[in-house]
Write a new protein. Structure first.
Length: 99
């Protein structure tokens, strides 16, 4: 492994450290993962762009948008919507109640 010095604004470092802690990683490990993800996405984008005849930068943006949508969708799992209430309530087994 190689050590690298990176100069960042103090506010950016503070925010990055919080993200790293939330991810259960050191700042160094969190940054390394971000770089690996970015490089991996570029490799995938290059391969897909070649097959589809698209610009690699377009593919990178599309893959980044997909990643963001995926993160948002997974976040919804943390806050499920209740299906109970009103006349359309479900019983304990998940079936509609009949009156």
């Amino acid at each position: 492994m190689k050590n690298v010095t990176v100069k960042l604004e103090e506010a950016l470092v503070r925010a990055a450290r919080h993200e790293a802690v939330d991810a259960g990683q050191s700042l160094s490990g969190w940054l390394a993962e971000l770089i690996r993800e970015r490089l991996g996405r570029s490799e995938v984008a290059s391969a897909v762009a070649e097959v589809m005849g698209k610009d690699v930068r377009v593919m990178d943006k599309e893959l980044a948008a997909f990643d963001e949508a995926r993160r948002r969708a997974l976040g919804y799992l943390d806050h499920p919507v209740s299906l109970e209430g009103g006349d359309d309530s479900l019983d304990s087994e998940g079936h509609r109640r009949r009156e």
